[in-house]
Design a binder for this molecule. Sequence first.
Ligand SMILES: NC(=O)c1ccc[n+]([C@@H]2O[C@H](COP(=O)([O-])OP(=O)(O)OC[C@H]3O[C@@H](n4cnc5c(N)ncnc54)[C@H](O)[C@@H]3O)[C@@H](O)[C@H]2O)c1
Ligand SMILES: [Zn+2]
Ligand SMILES: [Zn+2]
Length: 348
Amino acid sequence: MKALVYRGPGFKTLEQRPTPILQAPDDAIVKVTKTTICGTDLHILKGDVPSCVPGRVLGHEGVGVVQAVGAACTNFKPGDRVLISCITSCGKCDYCRRGMYSHCRTGGWILGNTIDGTQAEYVRIPHADTSLYRLPDGADEEALVMLSDILPTGFECGVLNGKVENPGVTLAIVGAGPIGLATLLTAQFFSPAKIIMIDLDDNRLQVAKKLGASETINSAKEDAQARVMALTDGLGADAVVEAVGIPATFELCQDLVAPGGTIANVGVHGKKVDLHLERLWAHNISITTRLVDTATTNILLKAVASRKLNPTVLITHRFTLDAILDAYDTFGRAAETKALKVIISPDT
Ligand SMILES: NC(=O)c1ccc[n+]([C@@H]2O[C@H](COP(=O)([O-])OP(=O)(O)OC[C@H]3O[C@@H](n4cnc5c(N)ncnc54)[C@H](O)[C@@H]3O)[C@@H](O)[C@H]2O)c1
Ligand SMILES: [Zn+2]
Ligand SMILES: [Zn+2]
């Protein structure tokens, strides 16, 4: 089969690889029909993720059709159309039993990291019963690819951790990439009083405005803190979501948070960041961090089915698996290409 293989920092190739086979009784083999590229794949290619070693098939998002199941897999059978979660979970260990699937003792984020992933014609899914979701009849596959990772991430790490459900909340989201925009979409389940979106990219801010942001701020062109204070009676935002992953933006979040508010960090950080306790110690704030658990995937599937959530607005480009190197190039130059999420279809 064809697969996109990580060959060390800066290198990737589209290669022929053996088709995966069942290795454990609770495995399933899934034929991938749609997949995509995540910002985290770009982190891997930069060499930021040491657990992912050269030779690995990348990708942790996708939908497909079950081809084979092990003897212990009872929820799925060949022919079932499924959503692949970016988090693999056994459903039985102590972390799984408390819904913290990201830290499953024999799973977590392993796909396209410590085991071969979804940017291929076929993928092996361990713990298939608890790591796959059946696609509803008539479901739009492209829409549901967004539920493998980015929508649960925005919703769990940003919206739920940021306590956006409190009535009348003012929300500021720093970073209008796919994750920041997924936060923006799912925040609207709770009708926040204001949603302020901050980025350096005018195109992404324009998209944010279309998707429901009440205010947008280009922090390269204006003083984001001054604008947020002006918009919030000088208090700051109750919920501030960090959706970039660099020291400058986490520090900006500390300047934007209102007394009593929450900074919900979503970004993956590679460098240490200063925490300004000399100022914040008296502000009754909370800071949360989270690796997405995909504990809300079922809720999000229902929200898509009932048309309360339309993830297709995040899709900007489509490629075949043969052209996946072009897909990476387009996704990697998002500022020029205006890419958000790219769909890759192995079978066309
Ligand atoms: N916690 C988790 O489980 C989890 C899961 C998936 C992704 N992530 C992380 O979430 C982060 C966002 O992901 P993404 O795919 O949207 O990334 P992205 O790179 O596409 O988007 C980041 C956005 O931040 C903007 N930005 C960069 N520097 C800025 C600055 N100084 N001020 C304001 N905006 C700035 C960029 O213009 C871009 O639009 C990444 O760090 C990613 O690794 C975390
Ligand atoms: Zn991802
Ligand atoms: Zn587990």
